[in-house]
Design a binder for this molecule. Structure first.
Ligand code: IMP
Ligand code: MG
Length: 173
């Protein structure tokens, strides 16, 4: 696999993430949500988004591993659980990309056991045409790219390319 084209520039990403962050700030005015970063892929998005949510909030981190080594979904493992007590809290799950939907449907069901007041999902990228399990994405930056496998802005192919600041599509060699 190799990078074939750039889909979104750093500037396009930053402008859209700012817009979504400001929308969340409006919607959660007067509340103190807990933002949960879905590691590893959401790490750059999480920071860019949170700095544009200008209200009191707290952050936490979780990791559900699904993609073992490549582009197809595998078994789901909870590798890192949230450390905060989220009972009675408004939770926002921050994810890099919703693809089959398996990761987030599994994880939201799991989190419901901790009795939060609400759970919403904010994704940088949504690929609705790839959905296998129904999941409601409440906030999304980009949902109509109709792209294949992408890398950059936190997203990897076999752990490579997470650190490029733009979004690129991969193709077979
Ligand atoms: P899902 O469980 O199929 O929705 O997959 C979600 C996870 O798969 C995301 O958190 C990503 O880590 C990974 N993933 C899905 N599509 C891509 C992609 O195009 N590039 C990189 N990672 C992806
Ligand atoms: Mg991920």
């Amino acid at each position: 696999m190799k990078i074939s084209k750039i889909l979104l520039s750093e500037e396009q990403i930053q402008a859209k993430v700012k817009e979504v962050g400001q929308q969340i700030a409006k919607d959660y005015a007067g509340k103190n949500p807990v933002l949960i970063c879905m590691l590893k892929g959401a790490y750059p998005f999480f920071w860019d988004l949170s700095k544009n949510i200008d209200i009191d909030l707290s952050v936490d981190f979780a990791r559900v591993s699904s993609y073992k080594n490549g582009t197809e979904s595998g078994k789901l493992d909870l590798m890192l659980d949230v450390s905060a007590d989220i009972s009675g809290k408004d939770v926002i799950l921050v994810e890099d990309v919703v693809d089959s939907g398996n990761t987030l449907s599994y994880f939201t069901e799991y989190l419901k056991g901790k009795k939060p007041a609400s759970i919403k999902i904010c994704a940088f990228l949504d690929k609705p045409e790839r959905r296998v399990t129904d999941v409601k994405v409440d906030y999304v930056c980009f949902s109509d790219l109709k792209c294949g496998f992408v890398v950059g802005y936190g997203m990897d192919f076999a752990e490579k390319y997470r650190n490029i600041p733009y979004l690129a599509e991969m193709e077979e060699d």
